[in-house]
Design a protein around this ligand. Structure first.
Ligand SMILES: [Zn+2]
Length: 430
């Protein structure tokens, strides 16, 4: 760690004063008081205490000082001086005697093992929510056998038309959005209360298509009304559709031909529907994945979707749909119990960060640390550029940097550890 590493952390004038302090010998002492924790004393207007902490496992760096300037959350000249002094200590310490701590590697493996489970986490499908929705629907379903009307496109269109009209006429559209899709919601509730799920589903998908195309009238960017309310409304509708598909797929007497049509309808939302709606409804396909009888339907629908994506001339990574399709396919393979294929899929789609993360985790748990290192090195390099320890899946217990540190230790790669430490210093926080 030298001036080049330290200077970017500070405002130029602060750094040059700190550098002057360092050369004037104002750093009275620097001690490594614990692994990764340094304490320094600096003589300025007063005697100030500086703490520099480099977390060994996550390679996060924190700087603090007791002076009034730093009290306002700024990095001060005292900290700059101490960091330069620590750099001197670390460079003199290059005899390779620093022990490589294996417990970091073992620790991260056990944390990731419990998170990963037997075959990796599901990313799109949420069984708990589907169960919950099923319970709610059972409570509210009308007990009288309802007659379910077959609606035409024009009829379902009128269900949303009234909302669009009131939106256009109203000055205060903001408030109305919560009930925006009441008509659509009624169609879906009726559909859920019927026994003829196949027929009900085609009405449901029809009304959802109209909801999708009406979004552009109400300002699809959330402009002019409360985007959160809209998200909630759409989410509620989408869960009703997912529940309906779940019930259809569970019906032993259902016709395969109708399932194929449903699957095509769901894929249509992903390909052409508005993004907000497509990703909410897409998970419905997984109801077919998890049953032997209907597994092939989901597989073929996803094959078709993947083919249509590779037809696009632009690199697939730039497609906004690509990460979602990866997650969906991954869940599909897990729910169908095709674990080897899931692993293969991850390895073939490592241009997607989430798939790369799952692959790296799997390699780590298999103790294939060289392969895990290859994947992690690529992504942690991207993380360093933006100075964040990016965590590709929110629920995962750590991010790329922490994984890289553990792997570097496992490999006994001191150079890599040093690089990681320098990168951490660059991202230091006050
Ligand atoms: Zn200070």
């Amino acid at each position: 760690m030298d001036a080049d590493d330290v200077s970017p952390l500070f405002a130029p004038t602060v750094f040059s004063r700190g550098e002057a302090y360092f050369h004037e010998g104002r750093v009275r002492s620097v001690d490594a008081i614990a692994p990764g924790l340094f304490h320094g004393e600096v003589v300025g207007g007063d005697l100030y205490d500086v703490l520099v902490r480099i977390d060994d496992a996550s390679m996060r760096c924190m700087v603090s000082c007791s002076c009034p300037f730093a009290a306002k959350g700024r990095r001060c000249k005292h900290a700059a001086a101490v960091m330069l002094a620590i750099g001197g200590m670390m460079d003199g310490d290059d005899d390779g005697d620093v022990p490589i701590r294996m417990d970091v590697y073992d620790g991260i493996r056990s944390r990731l093992a419990s998170w990963y489970g037997a075959h990796g986490p599901l990313l799109v499908w949420d069984e708990a929510v589907v169960d919950e929705c099923a319970k709610t629907a059972a409570d509210t379903a009308c007990l009288d056998e309802p007659r379910f009307p077959v609606l035409s496109e024009a009829q379902t269109g009128r269900m949303t038309e009234s909302f669009i009209q009131s939106f256009l006429e109203s000055d205060d559209a903001r408030r109305d959005v919560g009930d925006a899709f009441e008509g659509a919601s009624i169609v879906l509730d009726n559909a859920l209360a019927t026994a003829d799920y196949g027929q009900a589903l085609s009405n449901a998908l029809l009304v959802m298509r109209i909801v999708g195309s009406s979004l552009e009238y109400v300002g699809g960017d959330g402009e002019g009304f409360d985007g959160e309310d809209l998200e909630r409304s759409l989410g509620r509708l989408a869960w009703k559709v997912r529940l309906l598909v779940e019930k259809t797929a569970a019906d032993e007497h259902s016709e395969m031909g109708k399932h194929v049509t449903t699957a095509a309808g769901i894929m249509g939302f992903l390909r052409e529907g508005p993004e907000t709606l497509g990703e909410k409804i897409g998970g419905a396909l997984l109801s077919f994945s998890r049953r032997k009888r209907t597994r092939r339907i989901a597989d073929e629908a996803l094959n078709g979707l993947e083919r249509s994506m590779t037809d696009i001339a632009a690199p697939r990574r730039s497609s906004r749909l690509y990460p979602y399709v990866c997650r969906l396919r991954h869940d599909d393979l897990l729910l169908a119990g095709e674990y080897e294929r899931a692993a293969e899929f991850e390895s073939h789609h490592m241009d997607d960060e989430m798939m790369a993360w799952l692959a790296a985790t799997r390699f780590l748990l298999e103790d294939a640390s060289d392969r895990a290192w290859e994947v992690a090195a690529r992504y942690s390099a991207m993380g360093w550029e933006s100075q964040v320890d990016s965590r590709p899946i929110e629920s995962s217990p750590c991010g790329w940097t922490e994984l890289s540190v553990a792997l570097a230790r496992r490999r006994g790669d001191r150079d890599a550890l040093e690089r990681l430490r320098r990168a951490a210093l660059k991202g230091a926080t006050v």
